[in-house]
Every structure is written in C-alpha cells, then in structure tokens.
Design a protein around this ligand. Structure first.
Ligand code: PRP
Length: 216
C-alpha cells in the first residue's frame, strides 16, 4: 500500500469565520491574535479526533457499573509550537490538551534564500516511540520550516504517522515537500491557498502571521 499525505480542511463555520478575520488586512493585532487562538482551538479539536489515545474501563455510576472511555494517561502527548508565529496557536491547543508537554522549536526563514534555520531547540534527545506530536505553525509556505521540524522530531524517535500538523493556511509547495518526505503525515488546515509570491509569502494568505500576532 502506498502512503499518501492526508490534508484535511474541516468544514466548520467557526474555522471559516476566524480564517476570514485573520485574512482581513484591516484586522488589528489584538483581534488577529484572538482569531489565531480560536483557529488553534478548533483545528486542534478536529486534529485530535482519531489521534488522542483512549482507554476503556468500567466505572460505577451512583446506580450501576457502566463502561467508560478516558484519555489514556500512559501515552505521551506533546505539542511543538514553531516560534514565533506558532505561539499564537498554542493557547487554543493547550486548552484542549492541558496535560501535553510543550517543546518549543525556534525556526526562522532567511528572507533571501527562504531556507529555514533553527535558533532554539528544546526537544529532548529521545522520545518514547508511542508519542503523539501536534506541531502548530500558522503557515506552511515552502515547507522548509515544517520539514526541518519533522527532521528534528523523527531523528529523536518520533513516528511521522503519529504527527499532526495544525496550520492556518498551507500552500501547494509545502504540501508537495511534506508529502514526498513524510507520506504518512496528516495535516489539518483552515485553507489551502493557491500559490507563493516571489518573496515566499502565501497568496492570498494572511500576511506575516508572526508580525501580526506580535505587532512588530
Ligand atoms: C513563518 C511561518 C512559518 C514559516 C513558513 O515563520 O510562521 O514558520 O514562515 O514558511 P516555510 O514553509 O517557507 O518555511 P517566519 O520565518 O516568518 O518566522 P516567525 O514565525 O518568527 O515570524
């Protein structure tokens, strides 16, 4: 069986609404931050549906024994925000995964070459191979940053099939690059945009998410 990258655009009205707010150039920084937080929350909700491990047991209600399903606390769950802009999605993701460990990864693109380089890496030397990883980054443009994050994770024992990437907008070059390198990966995004401009920005996109979140 040939594995193929799975890319989901959940057809949820809240996701559509907050994507529209984030795309609008007239949205001020404070509201833009709220929109990204909400997108982090609802995209994470969708992304963890078939991914968060559960365990079945029998509990006692006040009246009788009853089968019940809980989050399995023995399987490690981690969130990896790609700095800076990924920090904007973190609050929403963390609200749904309060017990997840957070490992920050600082990546920045060279504005000329568009190559990503790593300036902060808080990943442990090795992960438990069962670890579920949620990468959060608002934009997948050339795919250089997300492939770099995947390289750092897989060389520490992460199975790409257990990774979900949550992104606000994704462009075809990034999906092509990720699909070639990690065909078992799954992506949840609010929108797939048409193209990149000559500066590597997603078009129509939402501008520079990091600058808009932090007002810089
Ligand atoms: C942006 C964005 C992604 C990356 C996507 O970050 O948040 O991390 O670019 O581009 P790519 O797919 O071509 O690698 P940026 O480098 O602007 O850093 P920032 O988050 O600190 O603003």
């Amino acid at each position: 069986m040939t594995l193929q990258l799975r890319v989901y655009v959940p057809p949820h009205p809240l996701i559509k609404h907050w994507l529209g707010v984030a795309r609008d150039a007239s949205t001020p920084s404070a509201l833009f931050r709220s929109a990204i937080t909400e997108l982090g929350r609802w995209l994470t909700y969708e992304a963890i549906r078939e991914w968060l491990p559960t365990t079945d047991m029998t509990i006692e209600t006040p009246l009788a024994p009853c089968p019940a399903t809980f989050i399995n606390p023995e399987v490690p769950v981690v969130v990896v925000p790609i700095l800076r802009a990924g920090l904007g999605l973190l609050d929403g993701a963390q609200a749904l995964l309060p017990l997840a460990s957070i490992y920050h990864l600082g990546l920045v693109r060279n504005e000329e070459t568009l190559e990503a380089s790593c300036y902060l890496n808080k990943l442990p030397d090795q992960f438990n191979p069962e670890t579920r990883v949620l990468i959060v980054d608002p934009m997948l443009a050339t795919g250089g940053s997300s492939v770099c994050a995947m390289e750092e994770l897989t060389k520490r024992g992460i199975d790409p099939a257990l990774v979900r990437i949550v992104a606000v907008v994704a462009a075809p070059p990034a999906l092509q690059k990720l699909g070639t390198a990690y065909p078992s990966l799954t992506i949840y995004t609010a929108g797939i945009d048409e193209t990149l401009n000559d500066r590597g920005f997603i078009v129509p996109g939402l501008g520079d998410a990091g600058d808009r979140i932090f007002g810089t």
